[in-house]
Design a protein around this ligand. Structure first.
Ligand code: NAG
Ligand code: NAG
Ligand code: NAG
Length: 499
């Protein structure tokens, strides 16, 4: 059991989405990525960290004067600074005995969660604001040796909690078991909707569709990942003389959110193999599907660490920690909150906007199709939420927010009608947390009017380790929503072009 080892590796990359939001809101810590790039000596890093620590200390004083007995939040930042040892790639990380707790945490108890993180190696998996209250629903992954202590702290601090995963490794193992292959009825590709698949299998399926439906599907590699894996898109178009509005869907920008690429491919499957059932979808729109924005990260989650989130780049400026959060790397309000300048953080925004080949490739294909693109949807997991721009702030709304809102209402209603799942909807920064430099805000900023981001299933029962039985229902409910959304958008486009 590699528990101790796992712990020390997990600590520096802990997410703290809520905490990060809180602090970046209140501190204007100057950060100059150029200086870091020009000279990435420890000296500069130290200087920057020191500045940040001081600023954090001030904020902490203001926010939590009465909680000084709790270990200071600064410890957490210290742990972020300790460079992560580059791990050997052979041994997979074991999560045996790790438990997932769903908790209800009041904002003033954030430092308690933070201290659990620092001292017990607890990781914040997700943090969802509950309505307009100052309560947050937080999912906390707890290593085995800390379970007792964590329960104790919950009780002492009056945090209500529920144990939702008893043993994470068992859940991971169940996720990975493959069904028997029915040889006599195999199509010419390995894709199914009752298992998670490898990147190669996904790409094989895309190639299969292009070969089988050449009038309808074209497949193209739009770039290469850091580790030189292709970034493959499928374009679905019936052709014809007129230029159609286009809907763009991407998945897999965060490696561990496995249901996201699976759902993107399910949409592709429905559009291509069952498109004849829904002629409007293809008569009115062209579709571009990029199921895997972060192939390196995905492969890493399958081979080494199921819970990896970022890309796998190794930057000169941060030789000891790999990866950038690609969904914090876009050049719109980059690094203005809800992302981290620390390379070891799991929400590291990169040394500069578009520092990563994956985000650049996504940018380029969006720009190339900018005129036709009317809808952009980025698929994430989990929490069951339909998110509207902006994610970088909740203090400002896009001009067409009402249109976005009305379309989302219909999408969410369709999901509810289809499966009974109740997706919450609202502005991303308000409902979830601030996240600057994300792809949805960027897509909207370049003029794609209907830009959304979805958090797919579930609501924290399994979290990232969504059982494979839920892949198809997740795909179905989202496909139904896409039918409604495309209808609504079509009506709105008609209204503006004639009115
Ligand atoms: C927890 O609740 C009990 C009873 O309501 C109260 O006496 C105690 O002070 C609370 N503790 C904290 C840390 O809020
Ligand atoms: C949005 O929906 C509301 C309620 O149906 C309606 O009153 C409003 O005009 C709609 N707004 C837009 C921009 O379509
Ligand atoms: C959902 O179901 C209700 C009740 O059957 C219906 O009135 C409504 O139009 C449906 N909404 C959508 C978006 O299909």
């Amino acid at each position: 059991m590699a528990t101790g080892q796992t712990l020390s590796r997990m600590l520096p990359m802990t997410t703290h989405v809520c905490l990060l939001t809180l602090f970046t809101l209140s501190t204007a810590v100057p950060f100059n990525p150029k200086s870091l790039r020009a000279d990435h000596s420890n000296h500069l890093l130290q200087y920057h960290h020191q500045q940040q620590q001081e600023a954090l200390a001030d904020v902490e004083e203001q926010l939590f004067p009465s909680l000084s007995q709790i270990k200071s939040t600064r410890n957490n930042i210290n742990s972020l600074q300790q460079p992560q040892q580059q791990e050997a790639t052979e041994a997979p990380v074991s999560y045996a005995g790790y438990k997932l707790f769903k908790t209800d945490v009041q904002e003033q108890l954030f430092p308690v969660v933070d201290s659990l993180d620092v001292e017990a190696g607890v990781e914040v998996w997700s943090c969802r604001k509950k309505g307009r209250s100052n309560h947050y629903e937080m999912d906390l992954l707890t290593p085995p040796h800390a379970v007792r202590e964590v329960r104790q702290v919950f009780i002492e601090s009056n945090v209500t909690y529920q144990e939702v995963i008893d043993d994470l490794q068992r859940a991971i193992n169940m996720e990975g078991t493959t069904d028997e292959i029915i040889i006599w009825n195999r199509p010419a590709h390995p894709m199914t909707w009752h298992n998670y698949h490898t990147l190669d299998e996904m790409y094989q399926y895309m190639d299969y569709l292009a070969a089988e439906f050449p009038q309808l599907v074209t497949v193209e590699d739009i770039g290469m990942s850091f580790e030189k894996r292709p970034l493959r898109v499928a374009k679905v178009s019936t052709g014809g003389p007129e230029v159609k509005p286009t809907i763009f869907i991407d998945g897999g920008i965060h490696a561990r959110e496995w249901v996201s690429p699976a759902t993107a491919l399910f949409i592709l499957h429905r559009l291509v193999e069952f498109g004849w059932q829904e002629p409007q979808l293809l008569n009115r729109f062209d579709w571009i599907i990029l199921p895997m924005v972060n192939p390196d990260g995905y492969v890493y989650t399958q081979k080494h660490d199921r819970l990896w989130r970022k890309s796998r780049s190794n930057l000169d400026s941060s030789p000891l920690c790999s990866g950038v959060d690609l969904n914090r790397n876009f050049a719109f309000k980059w690094s203005t909150g809800g992302s981290s300048p620390q390379p070891c953080s799991s929400v590291y925004g990169g040394p500069e906007p578009f520092s990563e080949p994956e985000s650049r490739a996504l940018r380029d294909i969006l720009l190339k199709n900018k005129k036709q693109l009317k809808v952009y949807i980025s698929l994430h997991a989990y929490s069951e939420m339909w998110l509207l721009p902006y994610a970088y702030t909740d203090a400002e709304k896009p001009d067409n927010y009402e249109d976005l809102y009305n379309v989302s209402v219909m999408g969410v209603e369709t999901i509810r009608n289809t499966s009974g799942h109740d997706y919450r909807m609202g502005q991303a920064a308000e409902l979830l947390y601030r996240a600057s430099g994300n792809s949805m805000d960027y897509a909207h900023s370049i003029g794609i009017p209907f830009s959304f981001s979805l958090e797919l299933r579930d609501k924290g029962k399994f979290g990232f380790i969504l059982p494979k039985e839920e892949i198809e229902p997740t795909g179905r409910e989202f496909f139904q929503a896409m039918k409604t959304v495309s209808e609504e958008v079509y009506q709105k486009l008609q209204a503006t072009s004639t009115g």
